[in-house]
Design a binder for this molecule. Structure first.
Ligand code: SAM
Ligand code: SF4
Length: 332
């Protein structure tokens, strides 16, 4: 019998699983959530550590997932994180394990995470100017983030990738400074186009800083040449900076969508499979799991959940509807 894989109707096979460990966060990035936060998921709806590890195990051992990325919300606020990473690293075949984080508190946990088997960290940082950092995140915590990033590098969790979102009139003039700093620190910077995934529904196509604008801004100060490395399913288009070896990435999710090469699937903190960030339907694995479903049964449900994956996110279509869950509750 053919080993099941997470294949959709367009022949795309998901091998990269994003697992949201919590919808809570200790920052309040304006493009992500409102100042007052959100109504967090009730505790009993959130998967326990054992449930997370069981579902990740099914994905890795039965369904061909090769990469597991823990995210949120802010995954570092999840108490069991180090243990979840260690148990994920014990799965066979051992998946690549990474963490998407705002890096707050990473200074304390980076070495324990590395020892547990974490391979890499992707951190979010939109500016290195403290006042603008506070304007965007609504918290005065830039120094903690910078310490966290250094700790990640020292713990061997590299190459540390930095994700930055540019906001018009806020930090769009900081792009070159952020790139120069990232190169100096040995971090790999990638700019992400702002997506319609904020809880407040404030996103506007006209206000969004496009990939073309980001490139034009950077090209005023650097020579950028498309990197030779094949892009594959990676969302970032890579450019060599001033002849390399340093690179900068642009993730043009809105203006140059890469849905055709998508190899991702998501599991929310409350145990729902989402076949796309922008999916409007979810498949409930938590209910089945708590109802006594076998691993085989859960794997079958997961395979079935992929069949509804749409060809593309359709942000530019007149009929586009923003998903009900914001990014922080889906797992970015
Ligand atoms: N809290 C962690 C962090 O900030 O890295 C993980 C979750 S966060 C939702 C994951 C990524 O999504 C971050 O890099 C963040 O900048 C990005 N993000 C959040 N809202 C976004 C939006 N509306 N458009 C584009 N990226 C967004
Ligand atoms: Fe928190 Fe990450 Fe959202 Fe910022 S982007 S509010 S750090 S979940």
């Amino acid at each position: 019998m053919r080993t099941p894989v997470l294949e959709d109707r367009y022949g795309r096979i998901a091998t990269d699983l994003r697992v949201s460990l919590t919808d809570r966060c200790n920052l309040r990035c304006s493009y992500c959530m409102p100042a007052e936060g959100l109504d967090w998921l009730p505790g009993e709806e959130v998967l326990t550590d054992d449930e997370v590890v069981r579902l990740v195990g099914i994905a890795v051992e039965r369904l061909g997932v090769r990469e597991v990325r823990f995210t949120g919300g802010e995954p570092l606020v999840r108490r069991g994180l180090v243990d979840i990473v260690a148990r994920t690293a014990a799965l066979r075949p051992r998946p690549e394990i990474s963490l998407t984080t705002n890096a707050l508190g990473l200074a304390r946990t980076a070495s324990a995470l590395a020892a547990a088997g974490l391979d890499r960290v992707n951190a979010s940082l939109d500016t290195i100017q403290a006042d603008t950092f506070e304007t965007i995140t609504r918290r005065d915590r830039l120094d903690d983030v910078l310490e966290g990033l250094q700790a990640a590098r020292e713990a061997g969790l590299g190459p540390v990738k930095i994700n930055a979102v540019l906001l018009r009139g806020v930090n769009d003039t900081h792009a070159a400074e952020l790139l120069r700093w990232s190169i100096r620190e040995g971090f790999h910077l990638r700019f992400i186009e702002q997506m319609p995934l904020d809880a407040q529904h404030d996103w506007s196509r006209a206000e969004m800083i496009t990939a073309d604008e980001i490139l034009a801004t950077l090209e005023r100060e650097f020579t950028l040449t498309p990197a030779a490395e094949p892009r594959g399913s990676a969302p970032a288009e890579l450019f060599e900076v001033d002849g390399g070896p340093a690179t900068v990435g642009i993730i043009a999710s809105v203006t140059r969508p890469f849905c055709g090469d998508c190899d991702r699937v998501r599991l929310t903190a409350d145990g729902q499979v989402r076949n796309c960030l922008f999916a409007r339907e979810e498949s409930d694995l938590r209910g089945a799991l708590r109802g006594g479903a076998s691993d085989e049964d859960l794997a079958e449900r997961w395979v079935a959940a992929m069949l509804g994956k749409r060809a593309g996110h359709g942000i530019d279509d007149a009929t586009f509807l923003q998903p009900t869950r914001p990014m922080s509750a889906i797992g970015g």
